[in-house]
Design a protein around this ligand. Structure first.
Ligand code: CP
Ligand code: NVA
Length: 307
């Protein structure tokens, strides 16, 4: 049994399969063709943090695969009343076939997975957001072809998205230009689980404009992630120069794309003319969450499928 708790849980070969499968699943969806490979299967979705895209993409995706979903939050389940995570895992995984969790610490999802009888998917933790990066890479490939050898500029917080981009670069052979304000750097030990990585899979830049130079993709995220709201005012000051604007996009390659996992704050981490401009692919990126996650759920439950 496989779980998907961080991007590095799968090999490059597994990603080749998943990305190709997601393209097929998307094509069938667009053609109103049925793809009921998970009929009678049930996905449990556990949210300890808010969500729009993750909930809708997993829920709609599971129904489109012929399955059904159970939606739980901290507020309306015993999870919020301190039932041990190990007990919740044992119980929920006896009644469902697959579990998606959005929570705080990565340790929590790892403990759940340890006691689960069924595959567990990370729907975002403080440390990682693998489903989002899978969608982002799928989106890049749709627009520009292979991501191998390309440059992704990360402008902003050294957060769950940044950590996951680094894991993907190491695994899939592209490079991340990282620019974060002082005090908000990526913790490389955490991002790579203390393992050695391919030299040159990332480079750190003090100045965000320098990070964007020659980039094939410029991407950012909120200055304050969920769970860090108490730091909001301090972050607003520290991140003031890490707003993706037209000047940064002009420093990137002429055909560079802009991505943002959303939700976005126009005028903070990105200017409206960038996110709403011609280089932005954020709506495709959001939609693609559903297509890649359908491929992911199918893979975790059925393994590789022919054709
Ligand atoms: N990008 C993303 O995960 O969005 P939600 O927080 O709306 O799920
Ligand atoms: N880094 C953000 C992503 C939201 C989808 C957060 O963790 O809140």
């Amino acid at each position: 049994m496989k779980h998907y708790l961080q991007f590095s849980d799968f090999t490059a070969d597994e990603y080749d399969y998943l990305l190709a499968r997601a393209a097929l699943i998307k094509k069938k969806f667009k053609g109103y063709e049925k793809h009921h490979t998970l009929s009678d299967r049930t996905l449990a979705m556990i949210f300890e943090k808010a969500s729009t895209r993750t909930r809708v993409s997993f829920e709609a995706g599971m129904y489109q695969l012929g399955g059904s979903v159970v939606h739980l939050t901290t507020g309306d389940s015993q999870l919020g009343r301190a039932e041990p995570i190990e007990d919740s895992a044992r119980v929920i995984s006896r009644m469902t076939d697959l579990v998606m969790i959005r929570t705080f610490g990565q340790d929590k999802i790892e403990r759940f997975a340890e006691y689960s009888r069924v595959p567990v998917i990370n729907g975002l933790t403080n440390e990682f957001h693998p489903c989002q990066i899978l969608a982002d890479i799928f989106t890049f490939i749709e627009h520009r072809g292979s991501i191998k050898g390309k440059v992704v500029a990360w402008v902003g917080d050294g957060n769950n998205m940044a950590n996951t981009w680094l894991q993907a670069a190491d695994l899939l052979g592209f490079k991340v230009h990282l620019s974060t304000p002082g005090g908000y750097e990526v913790d490389e030990q955490l991002a790579f689980n203390g393992k050695p990585v391919h030299p040159g899979c990332y480079e750190v830049f003090q100045n965000p404009l320098d990070a964007c130079k020659g980039a094939d993709l410029v991407t950012t995220d909120v200055w304050t992630s969920m769970g860090y709201e108490a730091e909001n005012e301090a972050r607003k000051k520290a991140f003031a120069d890490w707003c993706v604007d037209a000047e940064m996009m002009a420093a990137a390659k002429a055909d560079a794309l802009f991505m943002h996992c959303l939700p976005a704050h126009r005028g903070e981490e990105v200017e409206a003319d960038v996110i709403d401009g011609p280089q932005s692919v954020v709506w495709d990126e959001a939609e693609n969450r559903m297509h890649v996650q359908k491929a992911l759920m199918e893979y975790l439950l059925l393994g590789r499928q022919p054709g």
